[in-house]
Design a protein around this ligand. Structure first.
Ligand SMILES: C[S@@+](CC[C@H](N)C(=O)[O-])C[C@H]1O[C@@H](n2cnc3c(N)ncnc32)[C@H](O)[C@@H]1O
Length: 252
């Protein structure tokens, strides 16, 4: 019964394909299955972006397909391990980079045809969903493979799915990218996770626009000490520490 419900959800999802900016999304729970898809689903002429490469076990598999691969991880020690495992492959670039930073992702792999995302099997679904949405708005891959135990669990429970007549997530034009990224950052700056809030402060600081400054000023009163410290550091840098708060503009 469970299998047929799952098959139904899969078939319905497939019938949506013409409307989707991404050909297919595969959600897996296990690292073994994820690496297996790296071997079976990637073609030699693909351009692959891998987010969360860790020590490079899946990266090595992706590079062996002959595709052009850019693998990133936010942890320097993991990047070093990945480089020592497979850094000599000529078709592979490995870099320390935070996958939440779309500008840097575009810089390292402008038009990936395949995206692999594994920021930890136990990562919060909110974080995984944020990254999927970001990638779908910025890129048009033919395939996205996502590893998330929570997402796979929720997906397996789906037994009916409404077929959409419009694209659920539209790719944004290059021109409107910065406004979109600012909205994303302001949205993510309300995350429950202090780490996400700290990340957005650094990015908002780099943008330095009026709405970015206003949001950082609000985060200087965050309940978490690290968030407050980083926000105040940025305000100091702007020389705006004593500036009164202006009303929120709704994140635009
Ligand atoms: C479970 S490991 C990935 C394992 C890998 N897929 C494999 O097959 O060996 C998850 C990795 O995601 C990285 N990570 C977590 N959040 C990230 C982010 N926002 N950007 C880039 N990497 C991230 C972590 O540093 C960690 O190395």
């Amino acid at each position: 019964m469970k299998t047929s419900a799952f098959m139904f959800a899969r078939q319905t999802a497939r019938s949506d394909t013409p409307f989707s900016p991404c050909g297919r999304i595969a959600v897996v729970a296990s690292a073994i299955h994820y690496r297996k898809l790296a071997k079976t689903e990637v073609r030699r002429n693909d351009r692959v972006l891998e987010i969360g490469c860790s020590s490079g076990l899946a990266t090595a598999v992706l590079a062996r397909t002959g595709a052009t691969v850019a693998a990133v991880d936010c942890a320097q020690e993991q990047v070093d391990l990945a480089i020592s495992r497979c850094g000599k492959q000529p078709n592979l670039t490995i870099a320390r980079l935070d996958g939440r930073n779309a500008d840097l992702l575009v810089g390292i792999m402008p038009e990936p045809t395949v995206i692999f995302i594994d920021v930890g099997g136990n990562a919060l679904l909110d974080n995984v969903a944020y990254m999927i949405r970001l990638c779908l708005r910025v890129f048009s891959p033919r395939l996205m493979v996502v590893r998330s135990i929570e997402y796979a669990g929720v997906t397996a429970m789906i037994d009916s799915l409404e077929t959409l007549e419009h694209r659920p997530i539209r790719r944004i034009s290059r021109r409107s990218r910065s406004a979109f990224l600012l909205r994303c950052l302001i949205e993510q700056s309300h995350s429950d996770k202090a780490d996400n809030r700290v990340f957005t402060i650094y990015r908002l600081h780099a943008l330095g626009t009026a709405p970015a400054r206003r949001r950082v000023a609000q985060l200087a009163a965050d309940p978490h000490p690290r968030v407050r410290r980083v926000a105040r550091m940025c305000l100091d840098d702007w020389g705006a520490v004593d500036r009164p708060l202006e009303p929120d503009d709704g994140g635009t």
